[in-house]
Design a protein around this ligand. Structure first.
Ligand code: UD1
Length: 416
């Protein structure tokens, strides 16, 4: 199993290009199932999850032609409407094929995702939404089997805000008969990016980016070319790493408007931030100040940045409270941070972090994607060597992380 070894204590300096967003790429790739024409996607990140989704779509019969950073998908010969357990268990986002498959072919079989390191993460809202649109759904042998002659528009209220739930139903509704209204829908920028791609394919969607999305179904969608938006979580992760190490970096090809709460928190921690066009510059001198964080659906603070801010708070001046309201078991990094000398107390969904003057390098284990990013940040700050085990989690969501960090001056290498 591969590991990362980091010699900490070097402030990050320089420039780095931000990749296309994983959480926009995955649903948008599934949109290729909605048309028999070519959907050409550019700015696709080179990530393990993107490779897994590519493989899944190919297994279903989607033809794909790849060049660096782009893939042209053609869904005219899709003949296999199933997402098997071995793929879904490694990447929950595979559930996103469900809506497009039932909408276009009237039949879909997708494995239930099962347990996951950061909580139970059910998919009941995806299922209820499709049932409201007239799909017949059976849960058999660990699979969701959905059937429908043609989906019908419906008014659907989400009890809990769900990002992939909103995306799945938005794609299904694009080819349904009549109008669908999604209420208490997710407002994440990746939902807007998917809506932009679907509109380019001929879908009639309004209200994305708000909590009420209206979709007027059409007979057919056509091909399009779409550029994947920049990754706001990768952007935020590099900014926190620079702030925690007292560095100064510039991110290129990103967007500040999708990072507002994160930038506010970094400013509160004492960072100087300057936005120019698609670049964000951050400068930090001295030790960061502790910042309280409470995760909630967009536009509030993202759960996918919680672990990284926990790492920052570990070496900040003062104490901070970190409250996780989205996932019930998303503090797995706490145990590992303690191995580096962090002082953290956890009670339910709240962690109280007492900032220390320094952390000490140690061997730690990554437990999930964002927890891995948090350990990388802690390793960049810690004195001496930190070795991070199980970094396959990191490769699911961060494109070429060690070469990007090396480019910023970090002493980091992959142990094979
Ligand atoms: C997406 C993101 C993930 C991010 C999360 C929250 C992708 C591929 N992944 O995950 O990086 O951390 O949003 O911003 O975009 N829930 C239910 N029933 C459902 C669906 C969800 O109870 O049917 C609950 C979940 O358990 C969780 C909450 O709703 O507590 C939010 O989850 P959701 O937004 O669905 O997360 P994902 O879309 O899986």
């Amino acid at each position: 199993m591969q590991k990362l070894a980091i010699q900490g204590g070097i402030p990050l300096r320089g420039e780095v290009r931000i990749s296309g967003a994983k959480n926009a790429a995955l649903p948008i790739m599934c949109a290729s199932l909605l048309t028999s024409d070519v959907l050409r996607l550019t700015n696709l990140p080179d990530l393990h999850d993107v490779g897994t989704m590519h493989k899944l779509l190919q297994q279903m019969g989607v033809a794909a032609e790849s060049a660096t950073g782009e893939i042209a998908f053609r869904g005219d010969k899709v003949d296999h409407w199933e997402a098997p357990y071995d793929l879904v268990k490694t990447m929950r986002a595979a559930i996103l094929v469900l809506g497009p498959l039932v909408a276009r072919f009237g039949d879909a079989k997708v494995s239930l995702p099962g347990g996951c390191a950061i909580g139970s993460r059910p998919v009941d809202l995806h299922i209820k939404g499709l049932q409201a649109m007239g799909a017949e759904i059976a849960i058999e042998h660990g699979y969701i089997h959905a059937k429908a002659k043609r989906l019908k528009g419906a008014r659907i209220f989400f009890d809990i805000v769900s990002v992939t739930g909103t995306e799945n139903l938005m794609m299904a509704a694009a080819l349904a008969d009549g109008v669908t209204v999604l209420e208490n829908a997710a407002r994440e920028p990746e939902v807007v990016d998917l809506a932009n791609c679907l509109r380019a394919m001929g879908a009639r969607i309004a209200g994305d980016g708000t909590d009420t999305i209206t979709i007027a179904g059409v007979e057919k969608l056509h091909g399009a070319t779409h550029r994947i938006m920049p990754d706001r979580i990768e952007s935020g992760t590099f900014l926190v790493a620079a702030a925690a190490t007292g560095g100064s970096i510039t991110l290129r090809e990103t967007r500040a408007d999708i990072l507002e709460t994160v930038l506010e928190k970094l400013a509160e921690a004492g960072a100087q931030i300057k936005v120019t066009g698609d670049a964000i510059r951050l400068e930090m001198s001295g030790r960061p100040k502790a910042v309280n964080v409470r995760t909630a659906p967009h536009p509030a603070f993202p759960t996918d940045m919680q672990a990284q801010f926990m790492a920052l708070n570990c070496i900040a001046d003062g104490s901070a409270m970190v409250v996780e309201t989205i996932f019930e078991n998303r503090f797995m990094h706490v145990q590992e941070l303690r191995r580096l000398g962090a002082q953290i107390d956890v009670e339910g969904n709240t962690a109280v972090v007492r900032g220390m003057s320094h952390l000490d390098g140690a061997t730690v284990m990554a437990t999930d994607l964002r927890a891995s990013a948090c350990l990388v940040i802690a390793g960049l700050v810690a004195q001496g060597e930190t070795v991070i085990d199980r970094i396959y989690h990191l490769d699911r969501g961060y494109e070429h992380i060690e070469s990007k960090l090396s480019q910023l001056g970090a002493n980091i290498r992959r142990l094979k």
